[in-house]
Write a protein that binds this ligand. Structure first.
Ligand code: F6R
Length: 242
C-alpha cells in the first residue's frame, strides 16, 4: 500500500479529483467506483469545478457506487442516489443510464444484489475504486466481521455507523437499519483502489489499519493484499501513524 500524505482536506480533495480526472483522460471509457459521505464532498466539488473550467468529459464513463440505504428512494435527500445526483452527476455530462447505484427500494433485495454484481462485470469491472473508511474500519458498508469473500449483499448497519451517519438525518431513528453494499471481494476486484481519509476522527483507525495484520475485524486491512492501493490522507488522519 502506498501512502500519500497531504496537508488538509482541501489538498486531499484537489489531489483525489486530479487522480480521477487523469483516469478519465487516459481511458474515457473508464468504470469509476464511487463513494459517498463527508470525505468525498470536496472531491466532487473539485471535479465539478474542473468540468466547468475544462469540460473533462464523462460521456463514455460508467460509475458504480459502493452502497445504498435500503428503504430510501432516489428522491430522498439522504439516499446515496440523491447525494450523487446533487453533488456530482447533475453537473457533468454523464448519461444517467451510466450511473449505477444499488436500488434500495428493490422488492427482492437479494436479486438486486446479484443484478448489481453482474452489472459491474458486464460494464467491464472497476478501473478505479475510491473508498472512504469508517471509524470501525469498514469499507463500503462492510462492517467488521464481514467475509473477505463477500460479493454485493445486504447488511445490517453497525450502531456505530448509524450514529456516525445520524448527522445527515434529523434523528438517529431515521437512519435506515440496512443497506446494500458491494462486497469486499467486489471491491478487491477493482484494478486500482484509492482510499481517502481526512481529520482526527480517522486517526485511530488509520494507525490500527497500518499496524494490524490482515483481519476481518478491520475490513479495510484486506486492502494490504491488493497490488494497487493508495491511501491518501491528511496530516490529522495520519497523526497517530508512527
Ligand atoms: C460511503 C461508504 C462509507 C464511507 C465511510 C466514511 O459510500 O461506503 O464506507 O466511505 O463511512 O464516511 P465519511 O466520509 O462520512 O467519514
Amino acid at each position: 500500500m502506498k501512502i500519500i500524505e497531504v496537508r488538509d482536506y482541501k489538498e486531499m480533495s484537489q489531489k483525489a479529483a486530479e487522480w480521477i480526472i487523469h483516469q478519465v483522460r487516459i481511458n474515457p471509457h473508464s468504470v469509476l467506483g464511487l463513494a459517498t459521505g463527508g470525505t468525498m464532498l470536496g472531491t466532487y466539488a473539485a471535479l465539478v469545478e474542473d468540468y466547468r473550467n475544462h469540460q473533462t468529459t464523462y460521456r463514455h464513463v460508467h460509475t458504480v457506487n459502493l452502497d445504498e440505504y435500503i428503504g430510501l428512494d432516489g428522491d430522498h435527500p439522504n439516499s446515496y442516489r440523491y447525494y450523487m445526483n446533487h453533488h456530482f452527476f447533475h453537473f457533468i455530462d454523464i448519461p444517467s443510464s451510466q450511473t449505477h447505484i444499488p436500488n434500495g427500494l428493490a422488492e427482492d433485495v437479494e436479486a438486486e444484489c446479484q443484478r448489481y454484481e453482474e452489472m459491474i462485470q458486464a460494464v467491464g469491472g472497476i478501473d478505479l475504486q475510491i473508498v472512504g473508511i469508517g471509524q470501525n474500519g469498514h469499507i463500503g458498508f462492510n462492517e467488521p466481521g464481514t467475509s473477505f469473500d463477500s460479493t454485493t449483499h445486504v447488511v445490517r448497519l453497525a450502531e456505530s455507523t448509524r450514529k456516525a451517519n445520524a448527522r445527515f438525518f434529523s434523528s438517529i431513528e431515521e437512519v435506515p437499519t440496512h443497506a446494500i453494499t458491494m462486497g469486499i471481494a467486489t471491491i478487491m476486484k477493482s484494478k486500482q483502489i484509492l482510499l481517502l481519509a481526512s481529520g482526527e476522527e480517522k486517526a485511530t483507525i488509520l494507525s490500527q489499519l497500518l499496524e494490524t495484520e490482515v483481519t476481518p475485524a478491520i475490513p479495510a486491512s484486506i486492502l494490504k493484499t491488493h497490488d494497487n492501493v493508495t491511501i491518501m490522507a491528511d496530516q490529522k488522519a495520519l497523526a497517530l501513524v508512527s
